[in-house]
Design a binder for this molecule. Structure first.
Ligand code: XMP
Length: 496
């Protein structure tokens, strides 16, 4: 596998998916052919990269308000994928969600909960509840570390009054702010403590490392260089016009890892100009989307001069999402499989460093490998995750089945929340381009991911590809209506 070099063939992916012959095929129109497997199934890797970011799972959750908020983003990153927080809310709400993700499993906690030696039992217990923590670093009036107090230090008699200075462990062992993760693990082991305050040369508190945050509970977690979880964010294609929003947006920019322009069809002069302005005024790299054709990718990669370090990837697919009705309403669309192959050829031709994210329309784990065979580096889905415990919203019951609401960002229901994401679509504000419906409740995202990844790994083994990059060489064939029936369960008592 890997001998057939697609970088020398300008039509490699379009020919594979027959867009060359005038077809705009979808996942259900094709299957992938088996290939020769010369590796051990346990050596299959589904790792992928988007610019400088590495992911153990090539699956991202969509920027939709019934899919990705804090809880989903944390869980997706812990499992090795990426959650892209939606934009159907004010900027300060986005900031607060991003902050929570970036603080969730940080190797170094920067905003440390502290108390003073003269704080009372009432103040300490109240703070423990408020911050949801079981211990504090004790600071003197000059912000120097003089002690640690934890729940274990509280008197057994719950009514007993005390001051922090009476119960704290004095002069705790601290470490330099420059400590590495490996050194911190060793140090905490040596001192047999739960918490290690970090101080600067003047003994002022600059951070805290806790044993809990160093535990490799999630070995595949997607992390930044400081050990914090990676977080994606859906954004408008224009900079905020209101100065207060702009200020908040700048704060978001300092924290978040990847912006995803969240637009149904971004191949528009005004949107692309807006994105240029965003790139000039922010530091966060951008995945630009959505687009659906070779022509759009070619123009973006050759005519728009987006800086290399800012343009990380292209996100593709239009009208193919399970909640989308854009193609019904407007007649325009680009099925995700077709769009992937079109844009993959443009990327190979003009800038192979650009990542390609196939967005929407994935219904089964088998669709993942189809997306990779068509040239994708990662996939994005709302459909897979809207019914999970971690998606926003309540679990309802319909006809005895547990369900959750899943709505398109262009649905009337999502638009009723406010005008935050109106510029996701064209200027006609009243036309619904999405629907709202129920999806079955499917439990924790970890279970869903496990199934998806198992399907993907087995697909790679059958296809004879050991990695996502090698999957791009897997052959594709169009299937007939009869073939489609045959590839699903058939001719059984309940499936004619
Ligand atoms: P799935 O198939 O995972 O698709 O449900 C999710 C993707 O669909 C896009 N999206 C929409 N497209 N109208 C549209 O035409 C909408 O209301 C809408 N809401 C989301 C989006 O790209 C998402 O990732």
């Amino acid at each position: 596998m890997g001998k057939n070099n697609f970088s020398n063939d300008n039509y490699f992916f379009r020919r594979k998916t027959e867009s060359e012959n005038g077809y705009a095929l979808t996942f259900d129109d094709i299957l992938c052919l088996p290939g020769y497997t010369d590796f051990d199934p346990k050596d299959v890797s589904i790792d992928t990269t988007i610019g400088p970011f590495s992911f153990k799972l090539p699956i991202f959750s969509a920027a939709m308000d019934t899919v990705t908020e804090t809880e989903m983003a944390i869980q997706m990153a812990l499992l090795g994928g990426l959650g892209v927080i939606h934009r159907n809310c004010p900027y300060d709400r986005q900031l607060s969600m991003v902050k929570k993700v970036k603080r969730a499993r940080s190797f170094i906690v920067r905003e440390v909960a502290t108390v003073h030696p003269t704080d009372t039992d009432v103040q300490v217990k109240l703070k423990m509840e408020q911050f949801g923590v079981s211990g504090f670093v004790v600071l003197d009036e000059n912000d120097k570390v003089i002690g640690i107090v934890t729940a274990r230090d509280l008197p057994y008699d719950q009514n007993k009054k005390f001051l922090v200075k009476d119960i704290m462990t004095k002069n705790p062992i601290c470490a330099s702010e420059k400590i590495s993760q490996k050194q911190a693990i060793q140090k905490l082991y040596e001192i047999r403590k739960e918490k290690l305050p970090l101080v600067n040369k003047d003994n002022e508190l600059v951070g805290l490392i806790t044993r809990k945050d160093l535990r490799p509970e999630f070995p595949d977690a997607s992390k930044d260089k400081d050990g914090r979880l990676l977080c994606g964010l859906g954004i408008s294609p224009t900079l905020p016009s209101n100065p207060m929003d702009l200020e908040t947006f700048k704060k978001i920019d300092e924290l978040v890892d990847i912006f995803f322009t969240d637009v149904a069809d971004v191949y528009k002069r005004d949107d692309l100009n807006g994105i240029k302005a965003i790139m000039e005024n922010t530091q966060t790299p951008i995945v630009l989307g959505n687009i659906g054709t070779f022509e759009a990718a070619e123009a973006i990669l050759t005519k728009w001069d987006f800086p290399d370090d800012k343009l990380l990837g292209l996100k593709v697919g239009m009208g193919s999402g399970s909640i989308c009705i854009t193609t019904i309403q407007t007649g325009i669309g680009a099925p995700t499989l077709f769009a992937t192959a079109e844009v993959a050829d443009a990327i190979q031709m003009y800038n192979p460093k650009i990542a390609l994210i196939a967005d929407g329309g994935l219904k089964n784990s088998g669709d993942l490998i189809k997306a990779f065979a068509a040239g994708a580096d990662a996939t994005m889905s709302g459909h897979f995750f809207a019914g999970c415990t971690e998606s926003p919203g309540y679990i309802d019951t319909i006809g005895g089945r547990k369900v959750k609401v899943y709505r398109g960002m262009g649905s009337k229901e999502a638009r009723a929340t406010g005008t935050y994401a109106f510029d996701r679509y064209s200027n006609v504000k009243k036309l619904a381009e999405g629907v709202s419906d129920y999806v079955p409740f499917v439990g924790d995202v970890s279970g869903v991911m496990e199934q998806l990844c198992e399907g993907l790994r087995n697909g790679l083994v059958y296809g004879g590809a050991q990695t996502i990059q090698q999957a791009k060489h897997i052959k594709i064939r169009k299937i007939t209506h009869a073939g489609k029936i045959e590839s699903s369960a058939h001719d059984l008592l309940s499936r004619k």
